[in-house]
Design a protein around this ligand. Structure first.
Ligand SMILES: [Zn+2]
Length: 197
């Protein structure tokens, strides 16, 4: 659901600190015995700072285009024989349907009617007034928390068919780390689009 965050205890630190490094999960280093509730509060308090730092870190490219390798949820896996493009679309349909069902239930959103999987160039998802949710199949290659964000974004359009302040408030409540997901898509989107299965 949210970008990965590692918690590590270390007797060498006297106060909690946050480590942000390129292409790695954000790490929170705490003195031994720090409570989970305290860490939650500490992270919540520093969320904006974490997101700004993450956005500022240069990240190497994903290296998606490799012989014999396919990508699911940001992880490489061997390609099996067959039509890879069709395989990606099937995987995307399954993953996106599951995510829409799970997030719609969590957010108590109804009103979506069907899911379409295509290859739009200008956006990752869209939502029609009739409740059709459309997504790029390429999202299946991204980490799951990125696809989660796009799904939550489109579900929020069932309440607000615009990008008003009210809309972004809904998204922020439903997916507090949306800026991290947006930054990921901005940085890696061109590589997802350039990929040829
Ligand atoms: Zn939108």
């Amino acid at each position: 659901m949210t970008p990965p965050l590692l918690i590590r205890e270390s007797s060498r630190v006297r106060r909690a600190r946050i480590v942000v490094a390129p292409n790695q999960p954000v790490e929170v280093v705490v003195p031994p015995g720090t409570s989970a509730a305290w860490i939650d509060g500490f992270v919540a308090e520093h969320r904006e700072w974490i997101e700004r730092r993450r956005a500022a870190e240069p990240e190497p490219s994903l290296g998606l285009q490799r012989d014999g390798v396919a990508w699911l949820g940001g992880e490489p896996r061997p390609v099996l024989a067959g039509d890879l493009a069709a395989w990606y679309r099937r995987q995307a349909r399954g993953m996106l349907t599951e995510t829409v069902e799970r997030e719609a239930a969590r957010l108590e959103v109804s009103g979506w009617s069907r899911i379409r999987v295509g290859d739009p160039r200008s956006r990752w998802g869209s939502c029609s007034t009739r409740g059709t949710l459309s997504f790029s199949w390429r999202l299946v290659m991204a980490p799951a928390w990125v696809a989660d964000y796009v799904v939550v974004h489109e579900l929020c359009h069932l309440h607000q068919m615009n990008h008003s302040r009210r809309f972004w408030q809904l998204v922020d409540e439903a997916y507090p780390s949306r800026r991290v997901a947006q930054a990921w898509l901005k940085r890696h989107g061109p590589e997802l689009h350039a990929y040829r299965p």
